[in-house]
Design a binder for this molecule. Structure first.
Ligand code: BGC
Length: 516
């Protein structure tokens, strides 16, 4: 087994790196995003059908503290309020997702279309546009209608592709006069690996019950089908774009001089980004993926590879079907489980020096993102790219935005940046324990008031200046955040601790006096 690992991250140690580029080309979209299941709530209201996430979270123990998105952030009832927050941020676009079962309760168009769901998204899109905020809409941020899962096995079954195409066409028909940026799937890697391999996400299946490769195969075909539908039926009238948002993982060899390590790093990237990007840009899975899964399948005594194949016609049909590529940037560590994760034969290490800005699975490695962007540029013909998710904390954003600026200088075709996310919200199997929002939500107070965090102010400045306003200002914001953190750890905590000890001593003296 060879090893894939990391290099030290220079950007976020101590202070913020000196920015080399301060302004972006004009016309670049700055925005924020969120998704339906994570924010809307109202899971069974106004005719919405259940999704796989409703079914999954309603089983005890699947999510941290068994929390659910039943009410999530009550976004269904707070569209106007949340648009005010977008205005406050000066965001010029908002990435939202449509909940498929909210507008088609069973997922099947011929069975039922829920007019109240259509009305909800119409109102949302109209309010965004009235406030000069461009809606970027994802058709699938993980909440498959539960009926499709129960009846057909969800993405395991090719019929889901046809139902998805009907749903997408309904969205183009109803909203396409105003929505010009469509994303077919948000991070299908997570859908497949976490939903159909590790089982951490809905529908919570594991190898033996299903195959992540098969689910991914159908998702790639579904993307192609929807792109063709748009191109054939809607494009001439609506003039929009259809893209996909693909996984962000990047790997570096432990020893950059070792051929084995270099091959391992490349294999890692091909098994992540390449799994979806290669078919879409080149018409087939990466060679290395076909070889490795084929070899492993043979070793397991299987007659055919677990990785499905595309027919000659399918290769032509799926190739080149993309108007833009969306890239979320949140780095995941590698999970050692059988099947997909073991097929690529390498070990992933995380450098302990990588800053972990919050969640235990997330590391800040901005320079890796520049490399990933350059890889996409050279491998896939310099496509149009929108960064579709980048988040956690202020300093973290700084490093990533800076690397995007450098990548622009390298000639990468980035046209939009979406910070993740507007509000604290439901974070899948982590429940509400992780807070990615620019706005803090006070869950315990009635009406759940939203309060801006320091990052909201920081991002607003970046948007207003179309880049970093002024290096000194950025440094001073970062420094004051550092100072704040230091104050908490070095002054507040020790003081509270010392006070507790003093109070305990006084109480003890009282007690001893009274009892002597
Ligand atoms: C998902 C987001 C989620 C984020 C953090 C991303 O991969 O697309 O929906 O909020 O991870 O959990």
């Amino acid at each position: 087994m060879s090893e894939l690992a990391v290099l030290r991250l220079p950007v976020l140690q101590g202070n913020v790196e000196i920015m080399t580029h301060f302004f972006l080309p004009s016309g670049l979209l700055w925005g924020v995003g969120s998704s339906a299941y994570q924010t809307e709530g109202a899971w069974d209201k106004d005719g919405k059908g259940p999704s796989i996430w409703d079914a999954f979270t309603h089983k005890k123990g699947k999510v941290f503290r068994s929390e659910t998105g039943d009410s999530a952030r009550n976004g269904y009832y707070k569209v106007k309020d949340d648009i005010q927050l977008l205005k406050e941020l000066k965001a010029n676009h908002y990435l939202l997702s449509i909940s498929w079962p909210r507008i088609m309760p069973t997922g099947i168009k011929t069975e039922q279309v829920n007019e109240k769901g259509i009305q909800f998204y119409n109102d949302t899109i109209n309010s965004l546009l009235e406030n000069n905020i461009i809606p970027i809409v994802s058709l699938y941020h993980w909440d498959l209608p539960q009926v499709l899962q129960e009846t057909y096995g969800g993405w395991q079954n090719i019929s889901t592709m046809n139902y998805f195409n009907d749903y997408a066409n309904l969205c183009f028909e109803k909203f396409g006069d105003r929505v010009k940026h469509w994303i077919t799937f948000s991070d299908p890697w997570a859908v497949d690996v976490k939903g159909y391999d590790t089982g951490e996400h809905a529908p919570g299946l594991k190898p033996g019950e299903c195959s992540a490769y098969k689910a991914a195969h159908h998702i790639i075909k579904a993307h192609a089908k929807v792109w063709h539908s748009y191109n054939d039926t809607w494009h001439s009238e609506q003039q929009g774009m259809v893209g996909i948002s693909l996984t962000r993982s990047w790997g570096e060899p432990i020893d950059p001089h070792s051929q084995t390590d270099k091959a391992a790093a490349e294999r890692y990237i091909r098994f992540h980004l390449g799994w979806f990007a290669n078919p879409i840009y080149k018409g087939d899975y990466p060679e290395v993926m076909k070889n490795y899964v084929g070899k492993k399948s043979a070793q397991q005594g299987l007659g055919t590879s677990r990785l499905p194949t595309f027919s000659v016609q399918e290769k032509t049909y799926i190739k080149g079907i993309l108007d833009f590529l969306g890239i979320p940037i949140l780095l995941f560590p590698f999970l050692q489980v059988p099947s997909y994760n073991t097929d690529y034969d390498l070990a992933e290490l995380v450098d302990p020096k990588w800053p972990a800005p919050g969640p235990k699975w997330l590391y800040s490695v901005p320079w890796g993102f520049r490399r990933l962007l350059n890889f996409i540029k050279t491998q896939y013909g310099n496509p149009l790219i929108y960064v579709t998710e980048n988040g956690v904390a202020e300093k973290y954003l700084t490093g990533y935005i800076d690397e995007i600026l450098k990548a622009l200088n390298d000639g990468v075709n980035v046209k939009g940046y979406t910070a993740w996310s507007l509000l604290d919200k439901f974070e899948w199997n982590e429940g509400f324990s992780e807070r990615f929002g620019f706005y803090h939500i006070d869950f315990k107070t009635k009406n759940e008031p939203r309060h801006p965090k320091a990052s909201a102010d920081y991002y607003k400045k970046i948007i207003s200046a179309n880049g970093f306003p002024n290096p000194r200002e950025v440094m001073s914001i970062a420094n004051s955040l550092m100072a704040h953190m230091e104050m908490v750890t070095e002054i507040v905590l020790p003081t509270v601790f010392t006070l507790c000890i003093l109070i305990s001593i006084v109480l003890l003296i009282f007690y001893l006096r009274n009892h002597s």
